[in-house]
Design a binder for this molecule. Structure first.
Ligand SMILES: C[S@@+](CC[C@H](N)C(=O)[O-])C[C@H]1O[C@@H](n2cnc3c(N)ncnc32)[C@H](O)[C@@H]1O
Length: 364
C-alpha cells in the first residue's frame, strides 16, 4: 500500500524541514571547525576569550576566529558574555555543561564525532555521484581521516564504558574465559582505529588481542593508539582481509563491531570468524539495530541508517567486486541468512539494550 498522504506533510512542511536541516548542517560543520581547529578545547582549558585571544591560543587567524565565535554564539553553542560591547572586546565562553558533548572523547554524549563523520561523507562527493551512475564503489580509504577518525570517535565511548562491562558480560561463559588462565586470545575483525581491541585488553589484563583490518591507514593509527594506551605488548594489529581463507589462528572469541555491513563479502568474513573460533571459541557480531522490514516513513534510527548507507556504507561495500551490496540497513533477517551461509547453526540475539546496535552471538 502506498504511503498515505496524511503521513507525507505539506510542501510548506517540507520547506520548513529542509530549512531546519540547512541550519543543522551549518551547526554540524561549524562544530567540525571548532573541533579540528582546537577552538572548543582552547576555550575549555583557557576560559572565555576574545577573538584575538582565541586566535593566539590556537595559532589561527583572528578574523576567522571572530566570525566563528559570533556564529557559535548566534546559534547558541557558545555564550557571549558582553554582546553589546565593541567586537574586538566581546568575550565568548564554552558552557561547562557542553564540554562532555564537544570535547570529551570518552563521553557517551559526545557529538563532535558526528561532525567528523559528515565531513568525511562529503569528501568524495564527485566519486559518489559517479558510483551512483555506474554501479562502481567508493573505496573506504578515499573517505579519508575525518571519516575514519569520526567513526572511531563515535564508537569509542561505547567501547570504553560498555564493551567489557556490559556487552561481553552478557555472555557469562565468554566473560569467565576471558578472565581465566591460560590467557585468552581474541580476534577483533574490522577493528578500524583499534579502540575496541584496546578496551578489551584493558578490561581483561592477561589476554592477547589480534585485530584484523583491510585499511592500511587505520591499522597504522590503531598501532599508535595501542602504544599510547600502553597495551601494545598484548595487542597486535594486522593489515589483512578478514575474509582471506588463509587467515589462521585459534581464538576464544572472534568479534566484529559495526563492520559486517560494510564488507563486500560478509559471508567469507563470518566464515573466517567461525574458523578462528574453532569448536570451543565464541563469535560475537554487533551491527546496526534497524527495523525488521522496510517501512515508509521510517523512524529516526532508520533515517539515520539510510542516510549513512547512501553516503558511505553502500558505496564502500561496493568498492570490491563481486559485492553483495549490503549497505548500513542490515536487517536481522539478512544477518541470519549470512550466518547460515557461513556455516553457523544458530543466531542468538543477545538481550543488550542499545539504541543503534544489535548483538548477535553466532553458534556453530
Ligand atoms: C565502520 S568501520 C568500523 C571500525 C570499528 N570496528 C569501529 O567500530 O569503530 C568498518 C571497518 O571494517 C574494515 N573492513 C571492511 N572490510 C574488511 C575486510 N574484508 N577485512 C578486514 N577489515 C575490513 C574497514 O577497513 C573499516 O576499518
Amino acid at each position: 500500500m502506498a504511503t498515505p498522504d496524511s503521513l507525507m506533510g505539506s510542501p510548506d512542511d517540507l520547506v520548513e524541514r529542509l530549512f531546519a536541516a540547512t541550519l543543522g548542517a551549518m551547526d554540524l560543520f561549524s562544530v567540525y571547525l571548532g573541533d579540528r581547529l582546537g577552538y572548543y578545547r582552547a576555550l575549555a582549558e583557557g576560559g572565555a576569550a576574545t577573538s584575538a585571544e582565541l586566535a593566539q591560543r590556537t595559532g589561527t587567524a583572528e578574523r576567522y576566529a571572530r566570525e566563528w565565535l559570533e556564529q557559535q554564539a548566534t546559534t547558541s553553542i557558545l555564550r557571549c558574555e558582553n554582546p553589546e560591547a565593541e567586537m574586538s572586546v566581546r568575550r565568548f565562553q564554552l558552557p561547562v555543561a557542553y564540554e562532555a558533548v564537544l570535547i570529551d572523547p570518552d563521553s557517551l554524549t559526545a557529538m563532535a564525532p558526528s561532525a567528523l563523520v559528515f565531513a568525511g561523507c562529503v569528501k568524495p562527493l564527485p566519486q559518489l555521484l559517479e558510483a551512483f551512475r555506474t554501479g562502481a564503489g567508493v573505496p573506504y580509504e578515499d573517505y579519508g581521516a575525518d571519516m575514519h577518525e569520526g567513526i572511531a570517535a563515535f564508537n569509542r565511548p561505547g567501547f570504553v564504558h560498555l564493551l567489557t562491562q556490559v556487552w561481553l558480560s552478557a555472555m557469562p561463559d565468554v566473560h569467565a574465559r576471558l578472565q581465566a588462565d591460560p590467557p585468552a586470545r581474541v580476534a577483533d575483525i574490522g577493528m578500524g582505529l583499534g579502540w575496541s581491541s584496546i578496551a578489551i585488553a584493558k578490561g581483561y589484563p592477561n589476554l592477547q588481542v589480534d585485530g584484523y583490518d583491510l585499511d592500511e591507514a587505520s591499522v597504522a593509527a590503531a598501532r599508535a593508539n595501542a602504544e599510547a594506551a600502553g597495551v601494545d605488548d598484548r595487542v597486535t594489529f594486522h593489515c589483512r582481509d578478514a575474509g582471506d581463507s588463509d587467515l589462521v589462528g585459534l581464538y576464544d572469541l572472534a568479534l566484529a563491531f559495526e563492520c559486517i555491513h560494510d564488507m563486500s563479502n560478509p559471508v567469507a568474513v563470518l566464515g573466517s570468524m567461525r574458523r578462528l573460533a574453532g569448536d570451543s571459541g565464541a563469535v560475537l557480531v554487533a551491527d546496526e539495530k534497524v527495523a525488521d522490514r522496510f517501512t515508509a516513513p521510517g523512524d529516526e534510527v532508520e533515517r539515520f541508517m539510510y542516510g549513512f548507507s547512501i553516503l558511505h556504507c553502500l558505496p564502500v561495500g561496493m568498492a570490491d567486486k563481486p559485492s553483495v551490496g549490503t549497505g548500513t540497513v542490515i536487517r536481522e533477517s539478512t544477518m541470519r541468512r549470512y550466518a547460515v551461509e557461513a556455516g553457523f547453526h544458530e543466531t542468538e540475539v543477545l538481550p543488550i539494550e542499545h539504541d543503534f546496535l544489535r548483538f548477535y552471538r553466532l553458534h556453530s
